[in-house]
Ligand binder design. Structure first.
Ligand SMILES: O=C(O)CCC(=O)C(=O)O
Length: 280
């Protein structure tokens, strides 16, 4: 597994808000990741979160467009925070190399796991509407970063990701839910409507990194095969609670006040600490 971005990768990420890395996992890693994620998905069954949420197994309303659960369920199979219920997933995501690569790319002093999620576009799944990530979450930061690891080749045919280059620089937190209107985000950001999104096919074992404010979406799966991805979203260390529940378990959520530092290691473990340099 790669453990450090090059200077030119960092420059590309800072400029565009995303970075494709075609051979991120090492030889042998891919088979292990596939086996571990498949086993964790089978063990999780139909439960979307690591706890039983007040909304049951449905996605938080902030993430799906209102009332659109049936459509959302056909965008992807989504299982969140597998690291909390599966020791083998935890060992994958706690590898130092992963935290270091993401932390250096984001240019932050430290990173905590916000949540992982397996996202499987099943055969003939719906497209993923354009959206931003951070506004769904329980903290507000321009420096959050996500890694999206392809466990199958992600292609134009089966639902690879698309990024609007430079859109993270808007540094705005307005958002839409993931619903049937795949371009609804451009009603909120009309000034970005004419900037073409960049398709990012990535071979199995490759990874995409994106800033939590980068506009992104994914195509439909027009094939009879699955498009499996394992992702992990990271929060900069020191980020504070903004009042939204998102994936926080009810008891912990109720104990928080707006402005509290989200430094609970059991919920948001620290996976990277810079030795020198960044001031963010
Ligand atoms: O896999 C997808 O279809 C969407 C992924 C995504 O939105 C994300 O990882 O933030």
């Amino acid at each position: 597994m790669r453990d450090q971005p090059t200077a030119s990768e960092k420059e590309f990420y800072d400029e565009n808000g995303f970075l494709p890395v075609s051979e991120f996992l090492g030889k042998g890693d891919l088979e292990r990741w596939r086996e571990v994620v498949d086993a964790a998905l089978s063990a999780r069954g139909s439960q979307r979160f690591s706890f039983v949420s007040e909304e049951g197994t449905v996605a938080p309303a902030s993430r799906r467009a209102s009332g659109d659960q049936e459509y959302y369920d056909r965008v992807f199979t989504q299982r969140v925070n597998l690291w909390q219920t599966d020791a083998a997933v935890k060992s994958l995501l706690f590898e130092d190399a992963l935290g270091r690569f993401a932390g250096e790319l984001a240019g932050v002093k430290g990173l905590r796991i916000w949540h992982d999620q397996a996202l499987v576009k099943e055969p003939y799944a719906n497209p993923t509407a354009f959206h931003l990530d951070v506004p769904y979450w329980s903290f507000t930061s321009p420096d959050a970063i996500t890694i999206w690891v392809a466990l199958d080749d992600a292609t134009l045919e089966n639902g690879c990701l698309y990024y609007v280059p430079g859109s993270h620089k808007a540094r705005k937190f307005d958002n839409v839910g993931i619903g049937q209107h795949i371009g609804a985000l451009f009603d909120v950001y009309p000034e970005w409507r004419d900037v073409p999104a960049v398709p990012c096919p990535v071979p199995a074992g490759g990874a995409l990194f994106h800033n939590g404010l980068t506009f992104h979406g994914a195509g439909a799966n027009m094939t009879p095969g699955r498009r499996r991805a394992m992702t992990c979203a990271y929060m900069p260390d020191g980020a504070t609670f903004n009042g939204q529940q998102n994936v926080l378990p009810p008891e912990y959520f109720k104990s928080l006040k707006v402005g509290d530092v989200l430094d609970n290691d059991a919920q948001n473990p620290l996976v990277y600490r810079a030795t020198a340099g960044p001031d963010k």
